[in-house]
Design a protein around this ligand. Structure first.
Ligand code: ADP
Length: 164
């Protein structure tokens, strides 16, 4: 039997954006299984609960049959080992992402030599997009419709008690 390539795509996803989805779609073509790992950390206070973040990703990735969504806490490499993953996917938007990602990937390699971190670049139209921009914009009632899928936009508005 040939070995399956299982990739973990970890993040906070508060909330999932079109940039994340771009990376998920690219990964789903490359790997047998893609597990989106929703990180939760008691020291962080996200806008969406971990369950809300997981459920939104599930909704917007339904069409990718090899994509699963799980929540995890603690060390990423421990979660990756538990899921029998051999790859960690991260998105690289700009040089500003590089230093932190470089450090993390080498640390993870030291902790788990059998797991390789791979970087995917999104479509250039998403290179400036991140979840905190989406949260800030929506709090100020800015238009986020080109940054997130419609179900995410609707859920943010409900969360912030804004008109749909
Ligand atoms: P974290 O809190 O770990 O940065 P995020 O949910 O913001 O988690 O991001 C998860 C991963 O997705 C990271 O690798 C990040 O670089 C990547 N990412 C976030 N936004 C984008 C985007 N617009 N395009 C490509 N990759 C992205």
């Amino acid at each position: 039997m040939t070995k399956k390539n299982i990739a973990i795509y970890p993040g906070t996803f508060d909330p999932v954006t079109n940039g994340h989805l771009d990376i998920i779609e690219r990964a789903s073509v490359l790997f047998d299984v893609v597990i989106v790992g929703v990180a939760f950390n008691i020291n962080k206070s996200p806008l969406f609960t971990k369950e809300e973040r997981r459920d939104l990703i599930k909704k917007v990735t339904k069409k990718y049959k090899n994509v699963r969504v799980e929540m995890f806490n603690g060390l990423l490499v421990d979660f990756a080992k538990k899921q029998k993953a051999n790859v960690i996917i991260r998105g690289l938007r700009a040089i500003s992402d590089f230093e932190y990602e470089f450090q993390m990937s080498l640390t993870n390699r030291k902790l788990a030599p059998g797991i390789t971190t791979m970087f995917l670049m999104p479509n250039e139209k998403y290179t400036y997009l991140n979840s905190s921009l989406v949260r800030e914009l929506s709090k100020l009632k800015g238009d986020i419709s080109s940054f997130v899928p419609p179900v995410v936009e609707k859920t943010i508005k409900l969360k912030l008690n804004q008109k749909l």
